[in-house]
Design a protein around this ligand. Structure first.
Ligand SMILES: NC(=O)C1=CN([C@@H]2O[C@H](COP(=O)(O)OP(=O)(O)OC[C@H]3O[C@@H](n4cnc5c(N)ncnc54)[C@H](OP(=O)(O)O)[C@@H]3O)[C@@H](O)[C@H]2O)[C@@H](O)CC1
Ligand SMILES: Nc1ncnc2c1ncn2[C@@H]1O[C@H](COP(=O)(O)OP(=O)(O)O)[C@@H](O)[C@H]1O
Length: 520
């Protein structure tokens, strides 16, 4: 694949309820909505068949639960296709006023499957309280049209289903998203269907990507439905780029490159008790390809540690780092990028404000992330808060950030400018180009120092002349990919230094898997 082709591959898009409504309206205007519901139901049936083929549900009945909206319509279409494939299907449905759902109920009857009314007693029987248990349950009760809180009658049905799933180890496949999740929210309501698999339609919903809501979805697969990408993309709340897109953005070097071309990085950080943070950032920068990495600190322990960790790192101790760095710049010794804040302590806000006046590509992390810097940034600044720091920046609580990271990243970008890298598993990146949500990573990355390493990686990519939005996309994916590789080796014992040592390998895997035209 060439560089141009790689960039042309459309990213996956994340959709919330208003996005789905807007796409539906466009499909309806084009007379395509019915066809798209047929596609959706067929995709659900295919997923159900592939589960039966893989032995999750090798024999027996498939129970489909259909709500009154279009999510229920998808379930009715799926039931028709499963019946056509020879499976024993049972359908329990709520009454519906939705014209397409009603039409599909009639089609199902026409092929000989009679949906029964969904009541607690009927559901109890169908789930095996008094007889055989179903091999697979398909949840088509509520999709993006759900408005929380759930009404009591439906909540009772969902509780029955979850209890039966636990008791009989039932396999549950959700259509679009498990019933009870609010598509836009990462919160996990008390009453939500717990699914083993979810077939999501058109694009994943934020609730399927961010925990804890995502924990209710099981394995998620995306069904495209044949809707033009541009129609879906126009309403996306965020994008999830594929690895080939990231690989195409990574910097390339000429064969005769020298260390000056590969970029000079300054890392400004460290304080008594936190000397490791800038060193980890330095290791990240080195392993992400920076040509020259210099650590600057008021704390002499940083230089001592740096030498023992990596002789390639240069480290300087300054009585007054702000004055010393200003003197360096006056003498014409400018770095290509700065990362500032890792373990920096109380001086961070003052130094950050000073660094922003240098107009250099800059990563601000940890203690440097202070609300009063709003308005002081510029387009080449990457701000890297974790949810706690994001809450401090926005004057809200950490749960507010975690509930809707996309909205939080947008709000931070509006306030601070530049590029926001709101860290987590996944990480949310907001810039003037929109919002991107990262892929991959490893739970072993939930350990101290991982954010410092990411700061160094981002600075290295900025120093290699990537514009801040691209540096953020590439840096976050490299970090996550290296985390996966180190996680394979070390599991939950994965440390930030282990991750750094895998960065070169991660870069190579990404570019080898998605080769580009060589620079001439
Ligand atoms: N373009 C696409 O991506 C496509 C999307 N498609 C599908 O459309 C789905 C969205 O369909 P939708 O808009 O009809 O809503 P849906 O999720 O079925 O929910 C409505 C039902 O929920 C009920 N209900 C609501 N709140 C409730 C509460 N608190 N407590 C209890 N009940 C509550 C509400 O009841 P009502 O309030 O009307 O009495 C009504 O019965 C989407 O998820 C996907 O599956 C595909 O068909 C093809 C293309
Ligand atoms: N479960 C996970 N999956 C993927 N990435 C994770 C996970 N847990 C943590 N991370 C990543 O690790 C980093 C942690 O950053 P941060 O909280 O700032 O750590 P520290 O301050 O200890 O360096 C972030 O980049 C985050 O995205």
């Amino acid at each position: 694949m060439t560089r141009d082709q790689a960039q042309a591959r459309p990213p996956e898009v994340l959709l919330d309820a208003p996005a789905v409504r807007a796409i539906d309206e466009r499909l309806a205007r084009a007379g395509l909505l019915e066809l798209v519901m047929e596609e959706a139901g067929r995709a659900v049936a295919q997923a159900a068949l592939s589960l039966t083929a893989h032995g999750f549900a090798t024999h027996g009945r498939v129970l489909l639960l259909a709500g009154g909206g279009a999510n229920g319509g998808d379930a009715l279409v799926a039931a028709r296709h499963l019946h056509a494939a020879g499976l024993d299907v049972q359908v329990l449905a709520q009454p519906s006023r939705h014209p397409l759902t009603r039409a599909n109920r009639a089609r199902l009857r026409a092929v000989g499957v009679q949906p029964a009314l969904l009541t607690p007693a009927a559901l109890g029987r169908a789930l095996g309280l008094t007889g055989p248990v179903p091999a697979l349950v398909v949840d088509g009760l509520l999709g993006t049209g759900f408005r929380p809180p759930m009404r009591q009658d439906l909540a009772h049905l969902v509780t029955l289903l979850n209890a039966a799933r636990d008791r009989h180890a039932l396999t549950v496949l959700a259509i679009d998203l498990p019933s009870g999740l609010d598509a836009a929210s990462a919160a996990l309501p008390d009453v939500t269907v717990h699914a083993d698999h979810t077939v999501t339609l058109g694009g994943p919903k934020p609730a399927l990507v961010y925990g804890p809501a995502a924990h209710a979805a099981g394995q998620v697969r995306v069904a495209g439905l044949g809707v033009p990408h541009a129609w879906v993309d126009a309403h996306a709340v965020a994008r999830r780029p594929h690895d080939d897109t990231v690989a195409a953005l990574l910097p390339q070097r000429h064969a005769d490159a020298h260390k000056g071309d590969a970029g000079r990085v300054w890392i400004v950080g460290g304080h008594a008790g936190t000397v490791g943070a800038p060193v980890l950032a330095g290791l990240g920068a080195l392993r992400a390809g920076a040509g020259l990495v210099t650590l600057h600190s008021a704390e002499s322990g940083v230089a001592t540690l740096a030498v023992t960790q990596a002789p390639e790192l240069m480290a300087r101790t300054h009585h007054d780092p702000g004055a010393a760095l200003a003197a360096e710049l006056r003498a014409g010794r400018r770095p290509d990028a700065v990362a500032l804040g890792m373990g920096l302590g109380p001086d961070a806000a003052h130094l950050a404000r000073q660094a922003l006046t240098w107009q250099l590509p800059t990563v601000l992390d940890a203690d440097a992330l202070q609300p009063d810097l709003a308005g002081a940034g510029h387009a080449q600044v990457i701000w890297t808060p974790h949810p706690g720091e994001a809450a401090r920046l926005l004057g809200v609580t950490t749960p507010d950030i975690v509930r809707d990271p996309i909205a939080a990243a947008r709000a931070l970008q509006a306030r601070l400018g530049g590029v926001i890298v709101l860290k987590g598993g996944p990480t949310t990146i907001a810039s003037d180009d929109g919002v991107n949500v990262s892929r991959g990573g490893h739970p072993g990355m939930a350990s101290a120092g991982m954010g410092d390493t990411l700061g160094g990686i981002l600075a290295a990519l900025l120093a290699q002349r990537l514009p801040a939005p691209q540096a953020a996309l590439c840096g976050v994916r490299l970090h996550a990919r290296a985390g996966e590789l180190a996680g394979d080796r070390h599991g939950y014992g994965l440390s930030a230094s282990d991750l750094s040592s895998e960065l070169g390998h991660a870069w190579k895997i990404l570019t080898d898997a998605h080769p580009r035209n060589l620079l001439r």
